[in-house]
Design a protein around this ligand. Structure first.
Ligand SMILES: C[S@@+](CC[C@H](N)C(=O)[O-])C[C@H]1O[C@@H](n2cnc3c(N)ncnc32)[C@H](O)[C@@H]1O
Length: 252
């Protein structure tokens, strides 16, 4: 398994990645909500990454609702399947004339020329089900106690589908990057979308959270980061996390 780190503008770096070669895309683009150097939106990026995604693949994108609304026209060629909400322990203090924002979103997309049924997806579970009889259209893979075609009994403490609102403390105060995402938020998204041994692309890698998790789960990762100050951070995080397992190629 390898993590490839490319220090370049993603628009240039993508040219070296073959068509339909990655299994999934997991990314956290600049939201464009501040004047900070690394927070400038990159017009056209969703169309560029679509080319390198296999038809069976899909893409998770972190963002704010405002970012998705303002850039919706850039997601031509993509279909949205659903989204998750990351509930944080603290707020982002950008405005004092609105509700205090204590959440961010990640939206899931797949190619509009690919049938949803053929898209790789591995639903995630948490072991906190309550014992009860439930009616479902389909039988979740890990549930037991089927009593008929559509009625099942869940076990106390057994698995249930992971909920779309996920709480995690932000990395504020301990992060290597100002917008570093918690591992516990990114991990279920990656496991949902990337098959075992597959390749994930993160074209806005920041401190390399996607690569760290890919490495832990035996996936390959291509990390593109435009700011040269963050590529050593990515390497240090990978080395420090799993030095015997990491195989790091790429940028100086
Ligand atoms: C929101 S941060 C990603 C943080 C990441 N999720 C983490 O956990 O560390 C977005 C990153 O995209 C990078 N970036 C912005 N424009 C870029 C471009 N055109 N090409 C490559 N990287 C870019 C920024 O330098 C920044 O580090």
């Amino acid at each position: 398994m390898a993590v490839r780190i490319i220090n370049a503008d993603m628009r240039d770096a993508l040219a070296s990645i073959p068509d339909e070669s990655v299994d999934c895309i997991q990314t956290d683009p600049p939201y464009g909500e501040t004047a900070l150097r690394w927070d400038q939106r990159v017009p056209g990026w969703p169309a560029l990454v679509r080319r390198v995604l296999k038809p069976t693949g899909s893409m998770w994108v972190f963002g704010s609702f405002r970012m998705f609304m303002e850039t919706a026209s850039e997601f031509v060629g993509w279909r949205n399947s659903h989204e998750i909400v990351w509930e944080k322990h603290n707020g982002t203090g950008l405005f004092n004339d609105r509700f205090r924002r204590v959440h961010e979103m990640a939206a899931h997309f797949y190619r509009d020329d690919a049938p949803w049924g053929g898209v790789y997806k591995q639903p995630q579970f948490t072991n906190d089900a309550r014992a009860r009889v439930v009616r479902k259209k389909g039988r979740p893979a890990h549930w037991i106690g089927a009593t008929g075609e559509t009625i099942y009994r869940s076990e106390e403490g057994g698995p249930r589908l992971m909920r779309s609102v996920i709480y995690a403390r932000s990395e504020h105060g301990s992060a290597e990057h100002p917008t570093q995402k918690p591992l516990t938020i990114v991990e279920p998204l990656l496991l949902y979308a990337c098959p075992p041994g597959g390749t994930v692309l993160d074209p806005f890698a920041g401190s390399g959270t996607t690569g760290l998790l890919a490495n832990r789960h035996g996936m390959n990762a291509i990390l593109i980061e435009g700011d040269e100050t963050f590529t050593p951070v990515i390497r240090a995080r990978l080395d420090g996390d799993a030095p015997l397992l990491a195989s790091i190629e790429g940028a100086a």
